[in-house]
Write a protein that binds this ligand. Structure first.
Ligand code: NAD
Length: 357
């Protein structure tokens, strides 16, 4: 019997702590291609559920379910706050992207996405390459973020939005967004982090950079005259702004008391390990730009780009991330709460209006 059937039985799904308001959860297994996947549609109030497909070697199917439920809910909030007429969903494929993934498996996934008749729209996420998405697109039109559907790689738009968010944060804390001479610590120099570092360098900021991948650090030293630090110390350095662009949960009970910057504003998803870490940042007088608000440029580019079209609308909406953050910061100050709580409330308000309309 398949592991999915033995481990995820009926009550384990409906009683799941992350179950929330999810509308539809589809368990897929295709013995021929070895595809084991979960597609979670959280909310379609604002439109079809858009969210990436992640390929990851989950140790247990229950871990995959938890990830799919959490990530799909996160997409509802991200898409709502970004002003997109799209709901939230996410797919996870239980497989090692380096060893198990095949074109047949991705094509099979595409057939299952097609069966959902457009209520779920897929895109790239961790462990999925542009070639994989081409395989998916052979069997369904409900795919975004490929060259054929729009602008391709979303990372430059994510970086553009984060840069606008950094400027909005600087206006709130320093009273102006001139970054000339400001010291900024960028942790993680991948697709997004490197491009943010470039923008910061061009704006005259002094860069402190870190990555576990040495060539990425050397590239930034070379291109921007940056100073390197150990990645584990990126949050502790003497800097005005800390920009996390590596993995999640970097803001936690251990790191928050060590941060010396006045602003934390970066691209990484799920930066706060727990809500208490957001409260701890506020208590320390550090402004935190909520991750899903500041890093929405990528999903905006995926959602709004049209085949063969230019990127004017995508740029306009991505630049507006700075304005959204300014509203969030002002409201958080007025209501004496944290920016991430305000971001959640704003996303929920738009959903509530959508439900009434
Ligand atoms: P990437 O894989 O290209 O880059 C991540 C970089 O972080 C790599 O260079 C890696 O070596 C480095 N890294 C990993 N662990 C580290 C550590 N402990 N300390 C320092 N560096 C470390 O990924 P990316 O596309 O640049 O995305 C970066 C972050 O932004 C991720 O959290 C991602 O979920 C988030 N994000 C990306 C996009 C996008 O458009 N690519 C959109 C929204 C959010």
């Amino acid at each position: 019997m398949n592991a999915l059937h033995t481990t995820v039985h009926h009550s384990a799904v409906f009683d799941h702590p992350e179950m929330g308001e999810h509308e539809n959860i589809v368990f897929v297994q295709d013995r021929e291609t070895g595809l084991n996947a979960i597609i979670a549609v959280h909310d379609t109030t604002l439109g079809p559920a858009l969210g990436g497909c992640r390929v990851w070697p989950y140790k247990k199917p229950s871990e995959a379910l938890t990830d799919a439920l959490r990530l799909s809910r996160g997409m509802t909030y991200k898409n709502s706050l970004a002003g997109l007429d799209l709901g939230g969903g996410k797919a996870v494929i239980i497989a090692d992207p380096r060893k198990d993934k095949t074109a047949d498996m991705m094509q099979s996934f595409g057939r299952h996405v097609e069966r959902l008749s457009g209520t779920y729209i897929t895109a790239e996420d961790v462990g999925v390459s542009p070639e994989d998405m081409e395989a998916v697109a052979r069997h369904t039109g409900h795919v975004r973020g490929t060259k054929a559907t729009g602008l391709g790689d979303p990372s430059p738009y994510t970086a553009l939005g984060v840069f606008e968010g950094i400027k909005a944060s600087a206006r709130h804390v320093f009273g102006g967004d001139d970054l000339e001479g400001r010291t900024v610590s960028v942790q993680g120099l991948g697709h997004v982090g490197h491009d943010i570092a470039r923008r910061l360098h061009e704006a005259g900021a002094k860069l402190i950079v870190s990555d576990i991948h040495a060539p990425a650090v050397l590239r930034a030293i070379d291109a921007f005259g940056a100073t390197a630090v150990d990645p584990a110390e990126a949050h502790m350095v003497e800097a005005d702004i800390f920009v996390p662009c590596a993995l999640g949960a970097g803001l936690n009970a251990r790191t928050v008391p060590q941060i010396r910057a006045k602003i934390v504003a970066g691209a990484a998803n799920n930066q706060l390990q727990t809500p208490a870490d957001g409260i701890a940042l506020k208590k320390r007088g550090i402004l935190y730009a909520p991750d899903y608000a500041i890093n929405a440029g990528g999903v905006i580019s995926i959602a709004l780009a049209t085949p063969g079209g230019n990127d004017a609308l995508v740029r306009e909406k991505t630049l507006a991330i700075g304005d959204t953050l300014s509203v969030i910061f002002e409201r958080a100050a007025k209501e004496e709460t944290t920016p991430e709580r305000v971001a959640d409330a704003m996303a929920e308000e738009r959903l509530a209006n959508g439900r009434q309309g």
